[in-house]
Design a binder for this molecule. Structure first.
Ligand code: 5GP
Length: 213
């Protein structure tokens, strides 16, 4: 029961496990969440599918999307563009699901400007050492990319104070439930339900009238 959809931003260091948390959230609670699929100019990784992980675009296509106002936000990350297509998010916001944007910090701050009620969650591994191991352990990136992502992680750590919640990912199962709980609690805030409470109050007044002695 609520007025409209709800926006959630999930960010975190590369290698923090935020993608896994998000997929798990969607598979456990498919009725409650919708995932925004971003556009990017980076090349697909093995196993990634057009329209599932990303909409893969050329630089020219992406720049046309920017010029056409088709993106809610966009940013440059490790030499590539990433952006959130506007249409899907706006459509979902008219429904009742929580829409999750798994995006980096520059984009997160643009979303907060446009939609101040957005809840921002930042995921981190328990320590920098664990993060480094995860980045190397993934084995799909060159050492230059690992280095540039670690450098980027240093920058991102500077901006994470702007987020509402810090999620420490040392246990996937617990993390998924924690994120779900936070989103539910945030959605329950009175200010998101003013229309519903108004209806209840008006209905009650009608009952009172009907019961007059
Ligand atoms: P990856 O290349 O590892 O899939 O993603 C790199 C970074 O880009 C991640 O931090 C991810 O959250 C971020 N990202 C993915 N989609 C978007 C988007 O639409 N907008 C922004 N600003 N960042 C995104």
């Amino acid at each position: 029961m609520r007025d409209m959809g709800f926006l959630v931003v999930l960010s975190g260091f590369a290698g923090s496990g935020k993608g896994t948390i998000m997929k798990e959230l969607l598979s456990r609670y498919p009725e409650e969440y919708a995932l925004s699929v971003s556009a990017t100019t980076r090349t697909p990784r093995p196993g990634e599918q057009e329209g599932r992980e990303y909409f893969f675009k050329t630089k020219e296509e992406f720049e046309r999307m920017i010029a056409g106002g088709e993106l809610l936000e966009y940013a440059c990350y490790v030499g590539n563009y990433y952006g959130t297509p506007r249409a899907y998010v706006e459509e979902q916001l008219a429904g009742s699901r929580s829409v999750i944007l798994e995006i980096e910090i520059q984009g997160a701050l643009q979303i907060r400007e446009k939609f101040p009620e957005t809840v921002l969650l930042f995921v981190t591994p328990p320590s920098a050492g664990v993060l480094r191991e995860r980045l190397i352990g993934r084995g799909t990136e060159t050492s230059e990319v690992v280095h540039s992502r670690l450098s980027r992680a240093v920058e991102e750590a500077d901006g994470c104070e702007a987020y509402d919640y810090l999620i420490i990912n040392d246990d996937l199962d617990a993390c998924v439930e924690e994120v779900h709980h936070i989103i539910r609690s945030e959605r329950s805030r009175m200010r998101h339900h003013l229309r519903e409470i108004e209806t209840i109050k008006n209905d009650l007044k009608e009952y009172v009238k009907g019961e007059q002695i």
